[in-house]
Structure formats: C-alpha cells, structure tokens
Design a protein around this ligand. Structure first.
Ligand SMILES: *[C@@H]1O[C@H](CO)[C@@H](O)[C@H](O)[C@H]1NC(C)=O
Ligand SMILES: *[C@@H]1O[C@H](CO)[C@@H](O)[C@H](O)[C@H]1NC(C)=O
Ligand SMILES: *[C@@H]1O[C@H](CO)[C@@H](O)[C@H](O)[C@H]1NC(C)=O
Length: 218
C-alpha cells in the first residue's frame, strides 16, 4: 500500500514537472522554458509580462523574446532600445547584457555585435572599428542607430573566444550596442536581433518519460 502511494506520488510529481507552460500571448512556451513555478523547469525561467514573452538578465533587465526554436536550442531576443536622439542602450545603467555564469543560457556564436559611442581605448582591441565597419551601416540605415552617427563604433563576431555571458556597456567605454543574427556579407542591415543559446532546451520530454516507465517497471 505504502509502495503504491509512493509510486503514484512519484508519478504525479514527474508528470507535473513535465508540463509545458501555457502560451504567452500568441507565443508558445516550449518545455523546459518556465513562466511560473507550476510548469516547465524553474532553471529555464522566462517572464510572461502582459502577454509578451521576455527574457530576464541576471541584473533584472527584460528583453523581448522574438522567436524560439527549441529544435536547435536557440531563441532570438530584441537588443535593448537606443532611445531616439541618444546613443545610450536602455540597459546602460545596468552595464549591458549580463547572464549568470551558471545560467543555461548563453550568447550564441551567430551574433554580429556592434558597439557605439566608444572611447579611443577600443582601438587597442581587435574589433573592427574601420570606416566600413557594419556599425556604420547600422547608424546610417536604421532609424534607431541615428543618434549614434559620428561616434566611434566597432563590430565583432561573437565567437567562442569571447565571454558568452556578457556584452558590456558603460559611460567612459561604449554606451550603446546592438546585434544582428546570422548576418551574411552583402545582407542589408536591419533592426537588431540577438540569438541566445539554451543549454538543455532540446526537448527532453521523451527521455524523461522513458525514465518514468523504467521506474514504474522496477
Ligand atoms: C557618448 O558617451 C559619453 C560618455 O562616455 C556621453 O557623455 C555622450 O553624451 C554620449 N554621446 C551620445 C551621442 O549619446
Ligand atoms: C571590417 O568590416 C568590413 C565590413 O564587414 C570589412 O569590409 C573590412 O574588411 C573589415 N576590416 C578589417 C580590418 O577587418
Ligand atoms: C552555449 O550553449 C550552447 C548550446 O547549448 C553550447 O553548445 C555551448 O557549449 C554553450 N557555451 C558556453 C560557453 O557555455
């Protein structure tokens, strides 16, 4: 009897832990992403704020989630706005985008990151700050970048050699940034998009179920 109850309890716990969260507005929230404690896996927390799905950085800034592709462990967020007539990222006071080192999320390698209004020190870095850097195209072609025209700007491809948990902006460094996912040479530059990878977001539901059956069989 006790054993049966134990098995049933375990079953219930497993089943509830397996649930995907309800849609947020029109957007699916695939497992294991979690909008509250009753669905998904808490470690994969995202925020559903007035029907808009958002990603929260370690320092508490919310970035809008534009799309999710669970089959490749990736989702795309909107970089922080650069308010009109300024060259400040809206997360500047928080130092830019910062993810916890232990977070399952990281900044994916498909991002071309652009930094704006940098101080001369940036020229000591290996970033591309030339007059044909992609950041120049963003300033000229995208309305949002117009406040940054004429400032020192640079771009780089986010690769594994650099920290995958941070894009830093600060007063006295660079004060704004944006990013474009999967930029190919010759592409027209568009509004900012940034890809995040999610370690373990591939659907694990099936594996867990197998484990559950095994457990019941034993
Ligand atoms: C660029 O950054 C400096 C501080 O580093 C700031 O004083 C200045 O207002 C910024 N420029 C623009 C256009 O926002
Ligand atoms: C900088 O980027 C531009 C645009 O992608 C490219 O044409 C140029 O060769 C790059 N310059 C350097 C020094 O890498
Ligand atoms: C970032 O996430 C991807 C996808 O899960 C993973 O392959 C990669 O190793 C991660 N990188 C770091 C530095 O954690």
């Amino acid at each position: 009897m006790v054993l049966v109850i134990f098995v049933i309890l375990t079953l219930v716990t497993y089943v509830s832990a397996l649930d995907a969260c309800p849609k947020c507005g029109s957007m699916e929230v695939p497992y294991p992403l979690s909008t509250d404690d009753n669905c998904g896996v808490p470690r994969y927390r995202v925020i559903c704020n007035n029907d808009i799905l958002q990603f929260e950085s370690t320092v508490g800034f919310h970035y809008k989630i534009l799309s999710i592709n669970p089959s490749v462990n990736k989702f795309v967020i909107s970089p922080p706005l650069i308010p009109k007539n300024t060259c400040y990222a809206s997360d500047l006071s928080l130092g830019g985008l910062k993810l916890d080192d232990n977070s399952p999320f990281n900044i994916s390698t498909h991002n071309t990151v652009m930094l704006f209004n940098c101080t001369e020190n940036i020229l000591l870095s290996p970033l591309n700050c030339s007059s044909n850097s992609l950041c120049r195209h963003f300033e000229e072609k995208v309305e949002e970048g117009s406040g940054c025209r004429g400032t020192l700007c640079c771009h780089f491809l986010k690769d594994s050699a650099m920290t995958q948990h941070r894009i830093r902006v600060r007063v006295g460094g660079c004060t704004a940034y944006t990013s474009v996912v999967d930029m190919k040479s010759g592409d027209d530059i568009d509004d900012g998009t940034m890809a995040l990878s999610c370690n373990g977001c591939l659907p694990t539901k099936f594996e867990n179920l197998c484990f559950l059956y095994m457990f019941v069989c034993v």
